[in-house]
Every structure is written in C-alpha cells, then in structure tokens.
Design a protein around this ligand. Structure first.
Ligand code: ADP
Ligand code: MG
Ligand code: MG
Length: 205
C-alpha cells in the first residue's frame, strides 16, 4: 500500500477538515493546561496547508511535504508551529524526488520527523507533549512494516493520545502547572492523533 501525491494531498485535506471541526475542542483542551489557542493555531496552519496543496500539480512527495511545512511554519505560531513544521520539513527531506512512498519509506520519514521534533523541543517520551503520539506511532509503523493495518494504527495512535491524560507535563506551557497538569489530555497529542487518524482513513480508502 503506497502513499502517492494524490493520497498525500487527500491526507492533508482530511486532517484539515478534522482540525477545523475540532478547533474549539483543541482550544478548550489548551485552556485547561495552556493558553487556549491550540485550536486556533492548528486551524490557521492546516487551512493554509490544505489551500496551498489544492490544485497543486506537484506529485513529488518531498515538494508537497515542503509546502505543508512552510504553511505550518509561517501560519501556526506558538510552540506547535515550529514543531509540526519541522516534522514535515524532515519528512520532505526523506521523500525528496519520490512520487510514492511504501510503508517502509513512511516509517523512515516518521523517524526523521520524530528526531526533528525532539531536537527542536527537547521533549522526551512521557513529557506529555506531541512526542507521546509521534514517537510510538513511528515505532509502530516501523515494527509492523508491510503487515501494517491502518485500522490498528489508528486505534494505537488514539491509545497513545489517551495515555497523556494522567501524565505531568515536563515541557511546554503546561509544565508551569506542575502536578496540576495531570488529569488533562495534552492538546498537541490530540491534534497529532487527528493527523494520524486522517492518514489511516486516507490510506484505507
Ligand atoms: P503554545 O503553547 O505556544 O500556545 P500551542 O498551544 O499551539 O502552542 O501548542 C501546545 C502543544 O505543543 C502542547 O500541547 C504540546 O503537545 C506541544 N509542545 C509544547 N512544547 C513542546 C516541546 N518542547 N516539545 C514537544 N511538543 C511541545
Ligand atoms: Mg497554546
Ligand atoms: Mg500560544
């Protein structure tokens, strides 16, 4: 099952729809442990990314990913903009010149994305950030390889998102709350889940 340019564009457009529908929910999550703008930030960035890709004749996955990265870097602001932007920039590097990616090539791109997010944000697994979804998802895809089930990946990603609830934040704004940050989902983990859910649904189509 390969990801090509058409599927990539569908993925980002679907992710955008999911984020627009959940804009208020994401901001509400961020109001509990941050500054309440995560939905606004993500909605602005993904609307721009989806718009830039619509009608793009480009089939090069690297170039498409690069456009998403640029949209996110220029429009999102906040902590999450540079982090999601870096993730797509790293994936663009892996997919440069490719018009399709196998599951193996997806796992390579995700690995680089995770490395980029961690290098930029200095968060580790368990710090209650988007890393808590991205890193296990990346490992899951690498381990399952050609036996990957998109349905299973989606369930797995949601479980990782849910696991951020009891955690105490060690990075980002939520870390200022100390122990009071536990008992709430991490907003960036939730938006990351939406991104992977959209990928799984697009690949299943
Ligand atoms: P801001 O906190 O600047 O308002 P957002 O609200 O858009 O930015 O994004 C907050 C999300 O960004 C958090 O829920 C978390 O998932 C993620 N995040 C914040 N700091 C880091 C970091 N250092 N490493 C990884 N993810 C982070
Ligand atoms: Mg915020
Ligand atoms: Mg903010």
């Amino acid at each position: 099952m390969t990801l090509d340019g058409t599927k990539f564009v569908n993925w980002i457009r679907r992710a955008n729809r999911r984020i627009q529908e959940n804009k208020d929910y994401l901001s509400e999550l961020d109001r509990a442990i941050g500054d309440g703008d995560h939905g606004i930030n993500m909605a602005r960035g993904f609307a721009e990314a989806a718009q830039r890709l619509t009608g793009s004749a480009d089939q090069d996955l690297g170039a498409l990913c690069q456009q998403v990265a640029m949209a996110l870097l220029s429009k999102v602001g906040g902590a999450s903009g540079p982090l999601f932007g870096t993730a797509f920039l790293k994936m663009a590097g892996v997919w440069k010149g490719k018009d399709h990616a196998s599951v193996h090539e997806l796992s390579l791109a995700l690995r680089e994305a995770v490395n980029g997010i961690k290098m930029r944000g200095k968060a580790e697994l368990g710090d209650k950030t988007m890393v808590d979804v991205w890193e296990p998802v990346s490992r899951f895809v690498a381990e399952k390889a050609e036996h990957l089930s998109w349905r299973e990946l989606c369930v797995f990603a949601e479980e990782q998102m849910d696991k951020t609830k009891p955690l105490q934040a060690k990075k980002g704004r939520a870390a200022y709350l100390g122990p009071r940050s536990s008992g709430h989902l991490d907003p960036g983990a939730v938006s990351s889940f939406f991104l992977f859910e959209a990928l799984c649904e697009t690949m299943e189509e």
